[in-house]
Design a protein around this ligand. Structure first.
Ligand code: NAD
Length: 240
């Protein structure tokens, strides 16, 4: 396939690649995304996922929020797939400078990536809202209703950015810096529908914008190279 050869060529020539991805990066690990036909937005719940995963819903219906969150967002048995592994390899080889992800599953770190900018937080970090004590994801999974702190009894909140909440300033700044300096920006497995994350693409100044996705996105016309396919299958063809 001609496009993949072009991608391989560009990757060979660069030591300043940045990757920006979303839920589609983890579907090959068995974690459903939001907007694909088999994604969470096309499954039936009492409330739409955007509503359940919002700050106001969390405040008013913690038990219901956690029921959805435990069932659908905590996929603790999932393992990194070929995409996560190749990105970690590219970083190890000194070619990739940062992975910027909208995912909250921690699979990039599990694959060995070190510079991971988590725009929407992580299910692996959870804090008591009263005393600040840290809890891992297993603690949340093994609790019932709203998890409570075993130290002070306060409620525990995942360090995940809910709808209606702002993104962490430092993570945004570092993401902008990486993208603005990047020679190649590879975007993959994201519908580019969630803002402000999708707006980060505007900071790219180069001429090697690569878009790898199973479906079309609103930014397809801006790509210098567009590859339609599964991200794990595409990235695993890059031979270092
Ligand atoms: P999205 O569901 O809106 O879009 C996913 C995109 O990836 C779609 O365009 C789909 O066609 C594509 N895709 C799916 N599988 C693919 C594959 N194997 N290869 C290539 N493309 C593939 O996801 P989004 O853009 O990340 O935005 C939704 C929000 O969902 C994010 O804020 C994220 O926090 C959250 N989310 C995260 C996880 C996770 O952590 N794994 C899972 C679900 C949702």
């Amino acid at each position: 396939m001609k496009q993949i050869e072009q991608l391989i060529q560009w990757v060979k020539e660069s030591d300043n690649i940045v990757f920006f991805g979303g839920a589609g990066v983890s579907t090959e690990s068995g974690i459903p995304d939001f907007r694909s036909v088999d994604g969470l937005y096309n499954q039936e719940y009492d409330y739409p996922p955007e509503t359940i995963l919002s700050h106001s819903f969390y405040l008013n219906n913690k038990a219901e929020f956690y029921r959805f969150y435990r069932n659908k967002m905590l996929c603790l048995t999932a393992r990194p797939n070929a995409a996560h592994k190749k990105l970690a390899e590219l970083e190890e080889a000194g070619k990739l400078k940062a992975v910027i992800t909208q995912n909250i599953d921690g699979l990039h770190q599990a694959a060995g990536s070190r510079n991971v900018l988590e725009l929407h937080g992580s299910v692996h970090r959870n804090y008591c809202q009263k005393c600040g004590k840290f809890f891992d994801a297993e603690y949340i999974l093994n609790s019932t209703d709203c998890p409570l702190c075993n130290h002070c009894g306060g409620t525990i909140k995942p360090d995940v950015v809910l709808y209606e909440e702002g993104l962490d300033d430092r993570t945004i700044r570092e993401s902008i810096h990486s993208i603005a300096q990047a020679d190649i920006l590879i975007i993959g497995g994201t519908s580019l529908a969630v803002y402000p994350a999708a707006g980060l693409v505007d900071y790219y100044r180069g001429n090697k914008l690569v878009l790898i996705n199973r479906a079309t996105t609103p930014l397809d016309s801006r790509a210098d190279l567009r590859i339609e396919g599964k991200i794990g299958e595409v990235l695993s063809q890059i031979d270092l």
